[in-house]
Design a protein around this ligand. Structure first.
Ligand code: SF4
Ligand code: SF4
Length: 449
């Protein structure tokens, strides 16, 4: 019998080497308490949280350190009990420096005990308020405040909750391990999300997982079958195995792969009836609504051939990268580059002074063999980048305009629809840094207003 074709998106896409075998079988390990946490007040998309603590203040685990700003943003809480040493500026991988809190953990403080809450008696509005108070943001890396994504415009009808278990970036395995080790909590979180969106009776939840993670497909499917509330409440919840193709983890591509619907340029997923949440976010929603726990920890993959022992670590936010590296036995002499996130969409870091935030799904330590340090050449008009772009854009033209410092003309080639997935640069035989050209073009045009 022919193998049925697995769903995927239609336009462009690439197949970078996975390298997930380095860490995908390594169970999640809780990191011992660091001596000092450096906690940025910007760990999400939007404005930074406003500090509400001062030096020498003693805080308990889960206490508020930074209140949610007016407008788009999220609060930040203390991962552990301790004493605030300073409110100061701390390193940030994109902005350079942001305000943050230095917290000295109290090793004698007992961890807070969390007991199950009766969330099923809560209304959707009460659950949404809890998600906002708990500081839950998208755990796939973008860090968009979850309560905002769960509040689509009232004139749009949502019928599908898509749970993103794709994890298509090479190397990173944090979501994979969460799906294996927290599958029951994931299913509970999906039930809560269905309640918030009003989809328990008239909608569905689809958990999309690429089929290079067959154990996760099986574990989540088993957890759905094992949760008696799914059958009791007649919930439409299923796992959808997807073909492996990058960047399927991005919202528009996942929506098309799972539902066949295409989100028009400038539109929201809700315009085609969808809301998308990451698997880690669903677990964070379970912890917020089912246990009363604020979002203060996350699973981080530490990997690459430049690190002594690849690992998936459960860390408090604010843990310095240097502490993670020390915990796994240090770096090999061959390590030449550190990247936050995956190799396609991640950011190169200058040193180990950065810290784990709600957005850090992984840190890669790459060796010279894993890093292409060669210079780039002129565009040879081969068109490979056009074929690879999942948005149908013209990154080659943007790069040529940028080389001539003509950034004003770049928007006609789809600049603002580019979500910087890196597929174009990955296939470019001239090694042109197409994403960097695009980022600089956006920056220049924004500066011009
Ligand atoms: S980085 Fe932008 S231009 Fe390049 S493939 Fe991705 S969406 Fe297209
Ligand atoms: S892939 Fe590179 S060389 Fe080919 S058209 Fe695109 S930018 Fe030019």
């Amino acid at each position: 019998m022919p193998t049925p074709q697995l769903a995927t998106f239609t336009l462009g896409g690439v197949h970078p080497p996975g390298h997930k075998d380095l860490s995908c079988t390594v169970p999640i390990e809780a990191l011992p308490l660091p001596e000092l946490l450096t906690i940025p007040l910007l760990q999400h998309f939007g404005a930074p949280a406003d500090p509400v603590v001062a030096a020498k203040q003693v805080v308990a685990e889960g206490d508020l350190l930074g209140a949610a700003p007016k407008g788009l943003g999220a609060p930040v809480h203390a991962p552990v009990a301790g004493t605030v040493k300073r409110v100061t500026t701390v390193p940030h991988p994109v902005l350079g420096k942001v305000r943050g809190v230095l917290l000295e953990p109290d090793p004698a403080a007992a961890p807070r005990a969390y007991a199950p809450l009766d969330w099923e008696s809560r209304t959707p509005q009460e659950l949404l308020a809890r998600i906002r108070e708990a500081g839950v943001v998208g755990m796939g890396g973008a860090g968009f405040p979850t309560h905002v994504k769960l509040s689509p415009p009232p004139d749009l009808t949502v019928d599908t909750l898509l749970i993103n278990g794709v994890e298509c970036e090479s190397y990173v395995t944090a979501d994979h391990r969460v799906m294996l080790e927290r599958s029951a909590d994931l299913v509970a979180g999906v039930r809560m999300l269905l309640r918030v969106l009003g989809l328990e009776r008239k909608g569905r939840a689809v958990i999309g997982i690429e089929n290079n993670k067959p154990d996760a497909i099986e574990a989540v499917g088993r957890a759905i079958a094992a949760d008696p509330a799914v059958a009791r409440d007649g919930l439409d919840m299923s796992v959808l195995p997807l073909a492996v193709k990058y960047p399927q983890g991005s919202e528009k591509q996942l929506i098309e792969a799972a539902t066949g619907r295409r989100v028009p340029a400038g539109a929201l997923p809700a315009h085609v009836g969808c809301v998308v949440q990451n698997v880690g976010t669903a677990v964070a929603v379970y912890e917020a609504c089912g246990l009363g726990r604020n979002l203060t920890h996350r699973v981080v993959t530490l990997t690459g051939r430049g690190v002594a022992r690849p690992a998936n670590l459960l860390c408090p936010v604010g843990t310095p990268l240097s502490v993670l590296v020390e915990h796994v036995g240090g770096l090999s002499d061959a390590a030449v580059k550190v990247v936050q996130g995956g190799p396609m969409m991640g950011f190169a870091l200058a040193d180990l002074s950065y810290t784990v935030t709600k957005q850090s799904n992984g840190f890669l330590f790459l060796t010279r063999e894993e890093t292409d340090l060669s210079d780039f050449g002129p565009c040879i008009r081969c068109g490979r980048c056009l074929a690879a772009c999942p948005m149908g854009l013209m990154p080659n033209e943007i790069s040529i305009y940028m080389e001539r410092e003509r950034f004003e003309g770049t928007d006609r080639f789809g600049l603002w629809d580019c979500f910087e997935c890196g597929s174009c640069a990955f296939v470019c035989p001239a090694k042109r840094p197409l994403v960097q050209f695009i980022r600089v073009a956006k920056l220049k045009l924004r500066q011009k207003g």
